[in-house]
Design a binder for this molecule. Structure first.
Ligand code: SF4
Length: 100
């Protein structure tokens, strides 16, 4: 963590660190085929997939990776529980009401 803080002004060094596992591949149970880590760490609007801890813990020190590269706020966004179908439906109906 300290190492990252002292290099925050140097984009190349930080990006090298965040990319160090990008070439590794793992099997995705959601999509049914192998994917590079690069996909898993960026597929959620530039943030990691919600399931990244479950999928990668046997291959890389994923908890340490997340702690070192993402703020607390980003971690909350990464791991927020998915909306239930009922919440999504209510939001859709509210948007329809606003539009009509
Ligand atoms: S982290 Fe997400 S995208 Fe990557 S393998 Fe797991 S489920 Fe698939």
């Amino acid at each position: 963590m300290y190492f990252l803080r002292i290099h925050q002004g140097c984009d190349n060094q930080v990006s090298k660190l965040i990319e160090k596992f990008d070439e590794k591949e793992g099997y995705c149970r959601m999509l049914g085929h192998f994917l590079p880590f690069n996909y898993c760490r960026t597929m959620n609007e530039g943030l990691p997939c919600t399931k990244i801890l479950d999928c990668w813990f046997e291959m890389i020190p994923i908890q340490q990776f997340i702690a070192e590269h993402y703020s607390e706020e980003e971690q909350l966004r990464i791991f927020k529980p998915p909306k239930t179908k009922m919440v999504s439906l209510v939001e859709i109906l509210e948007n329809v009401k606003k539009g009509g």
